[in-house]
Design a protein around this ligand. Structure first.
Ligand code: PHE
Length: 456
């Protein structure tokens, strides 16, 4: 029996296709592209990582992105409710609930470490001004990674408060308009910086490292696992957010087409960021910055971007005063369009499954996130990388996989897929809709599991 689809639940939908693409791409494009992608690429053989990453985006990320958006659009509510709507079987409903709950927990934990990194970008955006005013101590406090506890606490809190205010004020519209203007600017700036960088000594070595893969590294289990995690992280998968955003999409739009746009934009920005940061590492190395240790391993990989970029900006003389804060500011905006989606996931969940209303949920989740951020800040060396690894390399792919299995096994059986594909009248003949559920059932799960098991 086909279930009838509850229209809208009183929610506003995106005014245009562009609105959805901007919001979903806003969620996807963030620190993952400009901070973690180049860092992973630099510590995993450059080209080999790029190759595996692109492969996973294409083979796994894209089909799973379609799955999450489609489920979300059908469910028109939070991830748990959306997944539960796919079945009438009690056990499956419980599993659906658990999967939805895991996805919003994933978003919650991501936000807790994301806020710390985003805080660094805010601090670096302010530093040129304190330097101009001659406040040397403050400048040092803002940018140093030694004894940086107080800086990290202050700026992760500032970032969380900004995220909170945007979500609470319901001004996603505002941020949508802003990001429509600012994201192309970020893109243009990345491009301009890359072109400039190419003329500096050391850049070609970096370019070669990034674009020419060493074949034996492609089969390295660490490279594979990190590329898998990075592709899910960058596409915001397994964290409920694409289901939440999918709920705002009207059913006449073609999900596979919109998902192509989101995935392509996200991948392009990551690729471009790699084109900037990897050569910048080699330029910085020429200038005497220690980035690799004697064994060739990256030193302090989480701070890589912050040791390499300032060196690049310094070469620009007077312009650096304009470029550096602009770059860090645009990065902060990119981080905010991602963090609002992370906060929105648990916030959409709580009112439907507890007694809390939306306002209380926003306050509670923000506060709880800050507490977890504090734990991470005070135990940085032991917990930060560990939590990030567990969440992005294991929890995200596994949760997203569970969603894919629901689409493949549960939906296929209940024939709901037919209704889902409402946008496409000839859907039964379309190659995509014919093969996609099978692909989700029989190709994605073994692929994810092989990479994971192989990594132990
Ligand atoms: N995709 C975001 C980035 O690349 C991170 C993110 C992960 C956002 C999961 C939402 C959910 O920065």
């Amino acid at each position: 029996m086909l279930e009838t689809k509850e229209k809208n639940s009183g929610k506003t939908q995106f005014a245009s296709k562009l609105g959805f693409v901007m919001a979903a791409a806003g969620s996807a494009v963030g620190l993952g592209n400009i901070w973690s992608f180049p860092t992973f690429a630099a510590s995993n053989g450059g080209g080999a990582f790029l190759f595996c990453y692109l492969l996973f985006v294409f083979l796994l990320g894209y089909p799973m992105l379609v799955a999450e958006i489609t489920i979300g659009r059908h469910g028109q509510k939070d991830p748990s409710t959306a997944l539960m709507k796919t079945t009438n079987n009690l056990i499956l409903k419980k599993l659906a609930h658990f999967t939805g709950l895991s996805s919003v927990l994933v978003a919650f934990f991501i936000l807790s470490f994301y806020a710390i990194i985003a805080g660094w970008f805010i601090a670096f955006a302010i530093e040129p001004f304190t330097t101009l005013l001659g406040l040397t101590d403050v400048s040092l406090w803002l940018t140093s990674f030694e004894n940086s506890l107080s800086r990290d606490v202050v700026f992760s809190l500032i970032f969380l408060v900004l995220t909170f205010l945007i979500v609470q004020g319901g001004v996603e519209d505002g941020i949508e308009k802003w990001s429509k203007k600012l994201m192309p600017l970020l893109f243009g700036l990345l491009l301009a910086l890359t072109v400039y960088l190419m003329f500096l000594p050391g850049a070609t070595e970096g370019l070669h490292y990034y674009l020419v893969p060493e074949v034996e590294k492609i089969f390295d289990k660490k490279v594979l696992l990190e590329a898998l995690g990075q592709s899910f992280f960058s596409l915001s998968l397994g964290a409920g957010v694409m289901m939440v955003y999918g709920a705002y999409l009207n059913d006449k739009e073609s999900v596979p087409k919109l998902a192509v746009q989101v995935a392509a934009l996200d991948t392009l920005v990551a690729f471009l960021a790699g084109l900037l940061i990897l050569p910048a590492i080699f330029v910085a190395k020429e200038k005497g910055v220690e980035v690799f240790d004697a064994a060739g391993t990256l030193i302090d990989s989480d701070r890589l971007v912050f040791s390499v970029l300032p060196k690049l900006f310094q070469t620009m003389g007077g312009f650096s005063f304009l470029i550096a804060p602009l770059f860090y500011l645009l990065m902060t905006v990119a981080a905010l369009t991602s963090s609002i989606s992370m906060l929105e996931a648990p916030v959409s969940f709580l009112p439907n499954h507890t007694k809390l209303n939306r306002g209380q949920s926003i306050r509670l989740v923000t506060f709880a996130t800050f507490l977890v951020s504090l734990v991470l800040i005070f135990n940085f060396s032991s917990l930060f990388n560990l939590v990030m690894k567990l969440v992005t390399q294991y929890a995200q792919p596994l949760t997203s996989l569970a969603v894919a299995l629901f689409v493949g096994f549960v939906w296929k059986k209940t024939k709901l897929l037919k209704e889902i594909a409402a946008e496409n009248e000839n859907f039964e003949e379309s190659f995509f809709w014919k093969t996609w559920p099978w692909y989700l059932m029989f190709v994605c799960p073994p692929l994810v599991l092989i990479v994971m098991v192989n990594s132990f």
